[in-house]
Design a binder for this molecule. Sequence first.
Ligand SMILES: Cc1cc2nc3c(=O)[nH]c(=O)nc-3n(C[C@H](O)[C@H](O)[C@H](O)COP(=O)(O)OP(=O)(O)OC[C@H]3O[C@@H](n4cnc5c(N)ncnc54)[C@H](O)[C@@H]3O)c2cc1C
Length: 434
Amino acid sequence: MTTTPDDRTPAEAPAAPAAPAAPSTEPQLVEGDCTVPLSVDVDPSAWPAPVQALAHTPGSGARPTTLAELTTLRVGGPVGRYVEATTQSELTEAIREADAAGTPVLVIGGGSNIMASDAGFDGLVIRDARAEVSLVSDSVCGGVEVTATAGTTWDDLVREAIASQWAGFAPLSGIPGTVGAAPVQNIGAYGAEVAELIASVRAWDRLRNRVVWLALGEMRLAYRDSRLKQSLSDTEVGGGRLWGPTGRWVVLDATFAVRQGSLSSRIAYSQLAGTLGVELGERVPERELREAVLELRRSKGMVLDGTDHDTWSAGSFFTNPILTTAEAEHLPEDAPRFPVTDHSQVVLGTKEAPVIEGLVKTSAAWLIDHAGFTKGFAVEAGAPAGLSTKHVLALTNRGGATGADLARLRDAVVVGVRERYGVTLVPEPVQVGF
Ligand SMILES: Cc1cc2nc3c(=O)[nH]c(=O)nc-3n(C[C@H](O)[C@H](O)[C@H](O)COP(=O)(O)OP(=O)(O)OC[C@H]3O[C@@H](n4cnc5c(N)ncnc54)[C@H](O)[C@@H]3O)c2cc1C
């Protein structure tokens, strides 16, 4: 979407600025006036360049008939019924009817966080095909509120945000998938999480069969976790039942509240500072930050690329284990230990994520590597599923792998790490049919 100045005319018109010598498109700032909109209105042609972000783009190519076509791991058997909904009511009605009939439902986005079995999915697979971004409010004092429909490609929102100077999105550049899935596992990268940006979501509550509004606090966004995700495995959150492979709440749209600006937050990630050629703690233009993030992500196979098998993955396959301080004492001395932080309390540029006491995050990649699973590992020579040759944390399809091949690799890594370190790794992608 491009926003025209008329879309964001404030309710009370700002005091008329002195007539400029030449027509200007720049916002006119009047002292003490909180209503002046500051977003920069940029034509999409001037947005940062796109990256591949979805396994399948709605409306493109042949109609998918298997989960292999709909997921970035490119495995998974036939789908029962596949629907691309172009309106909210089409989406919610189809889900309501399926739930009433006891038909399993899989709401799919970019398919970048799903590992599907070869048995496929005998139910409704539904894609929200709506991709709309709208500016809700925009003022020099109040910051920016933007709403994006669930089907919007996450990285397209990031690109529009950077071009429009809606600050804070750049560290999350290049993460595949959709806006609707972003809060489900509270996507994060390079020290940032979507919890810092998101204010609320509107969702279809499958338990109550109605649209609800969930504020940030109600979603309980934590490291790769949320109540939306917990409803897959916790009956209490699910209102008395387990939901899955899609949770109790189907996100319809998400609203983000951020400040305006073209400069990033302080760079807190040393690898990123190195790529940018700046000191830790410096701030850089968000456009530059995006390029540095994409460069680093590409070097690790974390930007989708059909020609690179290291990216035929679901990204990081295991979450970094969160241990109690007592549990962490059993780790080898040289194992990484990071603080666990609460990003839902971040106020960008003002308040950093507070540390949660009593918890320690270690590195799944370190455990995997030190348990003997090095880059490119496969359970046997020439197997079609293997660890990425760029990053041990990604399980990849080398071409022709099945769900069973990936499951064998997953299990080998889990068992190997548990035997060596007593830590059970937890897969990050949603497992469909396993
Ligand atoms: C190369 C690569 C790199 C990655 N890098 C990162 C990273 O840096 N950080 C990170 O956090 N993740 C990363 N991921 C994982 C993935 O991109 C994210 O989890 C993303 O948010 C998944 O979005 P999706 O639309 O593809 O979801 P899908 O894979 O389609 O679905 C995942 C789950 O979300 C549910 N879901 C989808 N849409 C909705 C909705 N509207 N409402 C409710 N539930 C819904 C699905 O039912 C399913 O349970 C990476 C993946 C890949 C392949």
